[in-house]
Design a protein around this ligand. Structure first.
Ligand code: 3PG
Length: 369
């Protein structure tokens, strides 16, 4: 696959797909490691005197965290100055045309366009936008499992290569020997984790995923079952032979942490972390593992009352002497928040990483080949 060094970008217009998808709390977009990583690719292109236009997304249409990228532009500007414009209006086309060498423009959330979901080059979005560009750079390994137009459409019609973040990720993952690994799967995107359930992998479940595994085994949490209502059936009991589920949880009672053993549910309180006993059991297993793959955090680590599970599990992974890889946007943020040392590779990807680990072809990467 071609890299940035394959082309001379001087004075050329370059369209760059990055991944700024972030956690949004009470309308505020939280800074994460992806911003700094992509800034390296952008700075490289700036130094080569390219005219850079960035494509990125936030959330999925209809979801709470589906927002404009205005705040993202500000956050990215902490590392490299970018200007923000709407996507595909006359104003943005004028801005693109008038870009000077070394300038950078971030277009608004690409998922506002229906054409993004067509996943090909034969649509207005790709046809109109590609006319303005000489090159396409894909820097978002973390979105490469999505067959969406900004990932697979442009490489069909423009000379293309991967950016620095994508290159780094691919080189690290090539070294990953994932067979016989201990998997720690949590986070808020349980559908991604389900792909790893095959009764052979040894899995410690936590986060929303762990709760859904528990529910599949017959546990009724009460309020938490209601919270998970649309997802209740996505984990199947017959896939859980080698999966450990938490035996206690922390619930939120008037903002405070209280712990309940599994036998004490149903409860009217929602779950925000795994409990002390589960933490201890999981840490013991982590100590013995030779290879560890962790994706998704055990609890709501942004809230100090519920960060204990995430912090202790990540510390244990860091202390482990084997080879460890962690993935998922929130996992890498938690590593930086708690200053965890000793993890071998911190992936900036979630779902894409899972597809890679289970051996699937990633459309975004195939399109660059
Ligand atoms: C991610 O955060 O994992 C990527 O940005 C992909 O987001 P998606 O799961 O909404 O496609």
């Amino acid at each position: 696959m071609k890299t940035l060094s394959s082309f001379n970008f001087k004075g050329k217009r370059v369209l760059v797909r990055i991944d700024l998808n972030s956690e949004v709390v009470n309308g505020k977009v939280l800074l994460n490691q992806r911003f700094k990583a992509h800034a390296e690719t952008i700075k490289y292109l700036k130094n080569k005197k390219a005219k850079v236009v960035l494509l990125a997304h936030q959330g999925r249409p209809g979801a709470k965290d589906f927002t404009t990228l205005k705040q993202h532009a500000k956050l990215l500007s902490k590392f490299v100055r970018v200007k923000f414009v709407d996507i595909l209006g006359k104003k943005s086309r004028d801005e693109i045309e008038n870009l000077k060498n070394g300038e950078v423009l971030l277009l608004d959330n690409v998922r506002r366009l229906k054409d993004e979901f067509k996943g090909n080059s034969n649509n207005k979005f790709v046809k109109v936008l590609s006319k303005y560009f000489d090159y396409y750079v894909n820097d978002s390994f973390s979105v490469s499992h999505r067959k969406q137009s900004s990932m697979v459409g442009f490489p069909k019609v423009l000379k293309s290569c991967m950016g620095k973040t994508m290159e780094k990720e691919i080189n690290a993952l090539k070294k990953l020997k994932i067979k016989n690994a201990l998997y720690i799967l949590g986070g808020a995107k349980p559908k991604d984790n389900i792909k790893l359930l095959n009764n052979k992998r040894r899995i410690l479940s936590c986060g929303l995923f762990g709760q859904l595994c528990s529910i599949a085994l017959g546990i009724n949490f009460g309020a938490q079952n209601k919270f998970l209502k649309n997802k209740l059936k996505i984990v199947k009991k017959n896939k859980l032979k080698n999966v450990e589920v938490p035996n206690d949880f922390a619930v939120k009672v008037n903002g405070r942490r209280e712990e309940l053993r599994v036998e004490e549910f149903p409860s009217k309180y929602e779950i925000f972390d795994i409990g002390e006993d589960t933490i201890k059991n999981y840490v013991d297993e982590i100590k013995k593992a030779k290879v560890i793959f962790l994706k998704g955090v055990p609890g709501d680590y942004v809230n100090n009352n519920f960060s204990k599970g995430t912090k202790e599990i990540l510390k244990a992974v860091g202390r482990n002497k084997g080879f460890s890889v962690i993935g998922g946007g929130s996992s890498s943020d938690a590593v930086s928040k708690f200053k965890i040392k000793g993890i071998n590779h911190i992936s900036l990807s979630g779902g894409a990483l899972i597809d890679y680990v289970v051996g699937k072809k990633l459309p975004g990467i195939e399109a660059l080949k």
